[in-house]
Design a protein around this ligand. Structure first.
Ligand code: HEC
Length: 156
């Protein structure tokens, strides 16, 4: 009876840990998909700003202001998706360009986020002011903050 009971407990422990493991894998997959979606949406909105700055698209202060506000808001979002065990080579089998070395350089990774967030906040301020030269410079400065992180922590 005692043996049967402990077997029962062992079995339920086993079930619990299997369930926990499955939830972790699901969480990792969801976190990766979440951050990629947020970054993708950010890129979608930053694209026309870059095109306007380059002159490939007419500068429209209203649209620029709207897109820059979206980018500034989205700039807050991807980072909570970089959860433990979700980087490249972490063995989760999900496709990600987030390099494993992010884990060893959390402070740097976070300060690059802050620099980008500050740049996008400033961009949201100036984009709607209808001053093309100021707008263009701030798009370039913001683009640099994207590149600084991609060069270091994103796979080619
Ligand atoms: C602090 C680092 C960092 C900053 C700053 C950053 N990115 Fe990224 N970005 C990444 C990483 C890491 C990935 C790969 C994510 C993955 O695959 O899990 C990525 C992926 C992307 C993707 C591809 C998303 C997809 O999978 O479809 C786009 C688009 C993108 N970033 C745009 C931008 C833009 C635009 C900016 C600047 C406004 C920016 N990023 C700033 C780190 C950063």
């Amino acid at each position: 009876m005692k043996v049967l009971m402990s077997l029962g407990i062992a079995a339920s422990l086993l079930v619990t840990s299997t369930v926990t493991l499955a939830a972790d894998e699901k969480q990792i997959k969801e976190a990766i998909e979440y951050r990629q979606a947020a970054l993708h949406t950010m890129g979608w909105n930053f694209g026309p700003l870059g095109a306007m700055a380059k002159g490939d698209m007419d500068y429209d202060a209203e649209e620029a202001g709207m897109r820059a506000e979206r980018v500034a808001m989205l700039a807050q979002m991807p980072w909570e998706g970089f959860i433990e065990g979700s980087l490249r080579d972490d063995g989760h089998g999900v496709n990600t360009d987030a390099l494993a070395k992010i884990a060893d350089n959390q402070d740097d990774f976070e300060s690059l986020q802050t620099e980008m967030q500050d740049a996008t906040a400033k961009l949201a301020e100036v984009a709607q002011q209808d001053d093309f030269a100021v707008f263009r410079k701030q798009v370039a400065d913001t683009g640099k903050t994207c590149k600084n992180c991609h060069d270091e922590y994103r796979a080619e």
